[in-house]
Design a protein around this ligand. Structure first.
Ligand SMILES: NC(=O)c1ccc[n+]([C@@H]2O[C@H](COP(=O)([O-])OP(=O)(O)OC[C@H]3O[C@@H](n4cnc5c(N)ncnc54)[C@H](O)[C@@H]3O)[C@@H](O)[C@H]2O)c1
Length: 334
């Protein structure tokens, strides 16, 4: 069995699991998808077929894929042992609950091949204490973003006992899918993108609560002030272009104080209490004029694929990253 064709078991067929089954199938792997919920297993093939159709409409599906080929590539099963039998890679996408994850790892330990790699899609949990010890050298986190057939980032995070060769195999596998895996040196809750997103959320919530600007103007600032340059350069290369002496001065001035994380945002609570929970309800920070969620998600995905196409046409600015600093102490927090 080579990595290019190894069977993949996906455990959990919900929001992430069905889409991860699709991504691994399109990557060329036979996939067995397992869930304890009959309803999740019934819906998963329909959701995968829909997602494939969206990709095809955008010209983003690999050539030669039909709904029939997808149905043959991904089989669903209520039987965990049948899902895991012969798997080279087991992708765990079950509920974000430590006890559920512990039970699933324990069950997998009984039925998965000894040499299977266990990859958890956890959003925030340090799963390594939940994995049976003998499996730890072949266990890691591979954290995807939704929908994973559209967002290319994958956070690959080894645990303290993960064999570096396993980390590299998973990174190379997903790079081979055309994804953009990054390897963290150690686990931190939220990885990189979700930590940065959490910091942005704190600031945006504080601006909204203080009435500094409207929701639409805050989004204008992000889209037209930050996102364009960040899409090309990220944050740190963007800082190189601004000049690091200015970055140092701004930091030293301490004119910016991050909001205190109180766990509450009055604006958000007002919206949720009014039933404005987002596109599923037809309104959140914006009103979507009676358009249904499915239509809105389709429009979003179509436009994101178009943006990615444009993005791919622009080469990165050539540069060599700074030599990596040595691993430091835990992240300081105020
Ligand atoms: N939804 C996202 O945007 C997102 C993004 C990245 C990571 N994640 C992470 O991915 C994981 C799954 O999230 P989701 O959004 O797909 O959740 P979900 O609730 O949509 O799906 C979870 C599925 O796991 C199944 N499940 C529960 N216990 C099980 C068991 N013992 N065996 C087999 N299946 C079981 C449930 O029936 C359900 O279908 C979580 O750890 C989550 O934090 C979610």
């Amino acid at each position: 069995m080579t990595d290019a064709t190894m069977p993949v078991a996906v455990i959990g067929a919900g929001t992430m699991g069905h889409a991860l089954a699709l991504v691994h199938a399109l990557g060329g792997h036979p996939v067995r998808l397992h869930d304890v919920s009959a309803e999740a297993l019934r819906r998963a093939p329909l959701l995968m077929a829909d997602a494939l159709a969206t990709m095809q409409e955008a010209g983003e599906a690999p050539a030669g894929w039909t709904a029939g080929r997808l149905a043959a590539a991904v089989t669903t099963t209520h039987d965990l042992a049948a899902a895991a039998a012969g798997a080279g890679l087991v992708v765990a996408a079950v509920a974000e609950d430590p006890e559920v994850k512990r039970q699933v790892f324990a069950a997998l330990d009984r039925v998965a091949p000894d040499d299977a790699i266990l990859a958890s899609n956890t959003s925030m949990l340090d799963v390594f204490p939940l994995v049976p010890e003998r499996r730890l050298p072949r266990a890691l986190i591979a954290h995807w973003y939704t929908p994973p057939y559209l967002v290319d980032l994958v956070d690959v995070v080894p645990g303290p006992a993960t064999d570096p060769a396993v980390t590299e195999r998973v990174r190379a596998l997903y790079a081979g899918f055309g994804k953009r895996p990054i390897v963290l040196r150690r686990f931190v809750p939220g990885f990189i993108a979700n930590r940065i997103q959490a910091a942005i959320s704190l600031e945006v919530n504080a601006l909204l609560d203080a009435g500094v600007a409207s929701a639409a103007d805050i989004d204008e600032s992000i889209r037209h002030g930050l996102a364009l340059r960040m899409a090309l350069m990220g944050h740190l290369m963007k800082a190189d272009f601004t000049g690091l002496a200015l970055s140092r001065k701004i930091l030293a001035n301490r004119s910016y104080t991050p909001p205190v994380a109180t766990g509450r945002c009055a604006t958000l609570e007002r919206l949720v209490d009014a039933g404005r929970t987002g596109v599923d309800a037809g309104a959140g920070y914006y009103d979507y004029g009676g358009r249904g969620a499915a239509e809105l998600f389709r429009e979003r995905d179509r436009k994101l694929f178009a943006l990615k196409r444009a993005w791919r046409g622009v080469a990165d600015i050539a540069a060599t990253p700074l030599d990596d600093p040595p691993p430091g102490p835990p992240l300081p927090r105020g």
